[in-house]
Design a protein around this ligand. Structure first.
Ligand SMILES: [Zn+2]
Length: 259
């Protein structure tokens, strides 16, 4: 997971939302035609914002698999009133959106969930309260990390031994996210571990090259060279699993000494 800076006020989209509001409030679900319009209006921006990577697991998504995830589930009995809400949309891979393999429509909060649609005196939706960064919604204390609101690096750490993500300081929100989104499923931990192993190999290879060139202090030189490459990868938002690269950039020497 990687922090993403999203513009929460997109006025063109809000206009569309307002036009469909009566239908949404009456039927407690989005009409297919309305949803298609909203989806078309948002998809390109989301794909650009996330560089075609899943908001939760950072796996690259094929164009045909692009899906919009409702962070708070849009089910009739839950947050149906957030079905068209831009701040409730994340770009998501098919696995994370699957109810069995990933988060799907699950959601957990520390406080009582607030399923009541926030209405103004005239019966219209209070859009200020529909924003995911509003006091109204933050008061629920969601237990799933949202990369547009939380900085995942404050919550998650990598176990370089097996590629697992762990909760920093046993944090409840981090633990719940890992469990609900299933962030340690096999295809994820194995790909994270592969990155770590490739970096070890790369460092060793570089070390041997420097030894052959009879350069002074070849090990330190190799570490410095590879670390620069890791930092470049970690900083780039397009890097798949950039969380792993970032963790390596910050802990490279420590991990190397342990191995
Ligand atoms: Zn995913």
């Amino acid at each position: 997971m990687r922090k993403v800076n999203k513009n929460f006020s997109v006025l063109a989209l809000r206009k569309r939302q307002v036009a469909y509001e009566t239908d949404l409030l009456n039927n407690k679900e989005s009409k297919q035609s309305h949803w298609s319009n909203i989806k078309t209006a948002c998809m390109d921006e989301l794909v650009g914002l996330y560089h075609s990577k899943c908001a939760y697991c950072e796996t690259k998504i094929y164009q045909s698999d692009n899906t919009i995830e409702h962070y708070r589930p849009k089910a009739k009995a839950k947050y149906y009133w957030l079905a068209h809400e831009w701040t409730n949309f994340l770009l998501c891979c098919p696995n994370c959106q699957d109810d069995k393999k990933g988060k799907g429509s699950k959601f957990e909060t520390e406080n009582m969930p607030n399923y009541q649609a926030p209405l103004l005196a005239d019966g219209k939706l209070d859009y200020e309260k529909c924003r995911l960064d509003s006091e109204y919604l933050l008061a629920e204390k969601p237990l799933i990390l949202n990369p547009e609101i939380d900085d995942p690096a404050q919550y998650l750490v990598l176990d370089p031994e097996n590629g697992y993500l762990l909760a920093k300081d046993d944090n409840l929100k981090a633990k719940t996210t890992i469990r609900i989104v299933n962030l340690n499923r096999e295809n994820l931990y194995s790909r994270r571990l592969q990155i770590v192993e490739d970096i070890f190999e790369r460092t060793y290879w570089q070390y041997e090259v420097f030894v052959e060139q009879k350069l002074p202090d070849p090990l330190n030189l190799a570490i410095k060279t590879v670390k620069k490459e890791i930092q470049k990868k970690a900083e780039s938002p397009i890097t798949e699993y950039s969380f792993v690269w970032r963790y390596l950039a910050e802990n490279f020497e420590n991990i190397l000494t342990k191995n």
